[in-house]
Design a protein around this ligand. Structure first.
Ligand code: MN
Length: 254
């Protein structure tokens, strides 16, 4: 794979949450970054699919974000209706942080239901949020995803090196962002993840770059920081990430 064959990968961002989201779709299309644009509600699916229709490098995820789950309300019927059209699922997952703990039982129910629906469908790629809920997230993945044709990418993984090893055994990939790489625990974490399971993300606009919400093109800094953490040169790191993506998506790697 030569320099011309590699490209940047932002495998978890929220293009529809930028004020100029139409422009963001156009820019992603022009700069050829492989983007997975996740949604937080199935109500956002149709508009995002429409915007991505002319952007072959932008994938759209069908999601129900754990942070927007409200007790007594469910968006699962719409999710289920749209699922046959969605190859990518997310943002989904669990959040036991202080602002969302009160909906945690419903989050778990929703997450498990989504995984069951995905099992019936098969061949989905899931981008999974897991804040203060890593043991539960891994247990749920082990029970409902491991051994199926569906694949999980853990977004902004915040567990221990031991949990990373466990996740890798379950077949998970990891999308790494710049905030994860700026922590003192980074070397141990990166060392615990098989290099063949690494991807990159921005989680824009929820992370910052150059004093403003990060854009998919800012993922270049993440690739540089990841190369340093892996003690690999930049081109070899880009090659590794593109090969990992091709393997995850079942497309042929060069
Ligand atoms: Mn996100």
């Amino acid at each position: 794979m030569s320099e011309n064959d590699t490209f940047l990968i932002d495998y978890h961002c929220h293009l529809d949450l930028y004020p100029d989201y139409q422009k963001q779709y156009e820019q992603c299309s022009q700069n050829k970054i492989a983007v997975l644009s996740v949604t937080t509600t199935p109500r956002a699916w149709a508009r995002n699919k429409e915007l991505a229709a002319n952007c072959p490098n932008v994938r759209v995820g069908l999601g129900i974000h754990p942070q927007i789950i409200e007790n007594g309300k469910t968006e699962l019927p719409l999710f289920e209706k749209l699922l046959p059209d969605a190859k990518y699922i997310g943002e989904i997952g669990l959040d036991a942080g202080p602002h969302h703990y009160k909906t945690y039982p419903q989050q778990r129910e929703t997450f498990e239901k989504i995984l069951r629906l995905c099992n019936c469908a098969g061949h989905k790629i899931l981008t999974v949020h897991s804040v203060r809920a890593m043991p539960d997230t891994l247990r749920t993945i082990e029970a409902h995803v491991a051994g199926t044709t569906n694949k999980v990418v853990l977004h902004w993984f915040s567990g221990t090196p031991g949990e990373a090893k466990k996740a890798a055994q379950l077949g998970c990939y990891f999308s790494i962002n710049i905030a994860m790489l700026n922590r003192p625990t980074t070397p141990a974490l990166i060392a615990s993840i098989p290099p063949t399971r690494l991807l990159t993300e921005t989680d824009g606009p929820f992370t910052m770059a150059h004093g403003r919400p990060a854009l998919p093109s800012d993922v270049s800094s993440t690739v540089e920081a990841l190369a340093a953490a892996l003690k690999m040169n930049l081109q070899a790191t880009k090659h590794l990430l593109c090969t990992n993506l091709a393997k995850l998506e079942g497309t042929k790697a060069k």
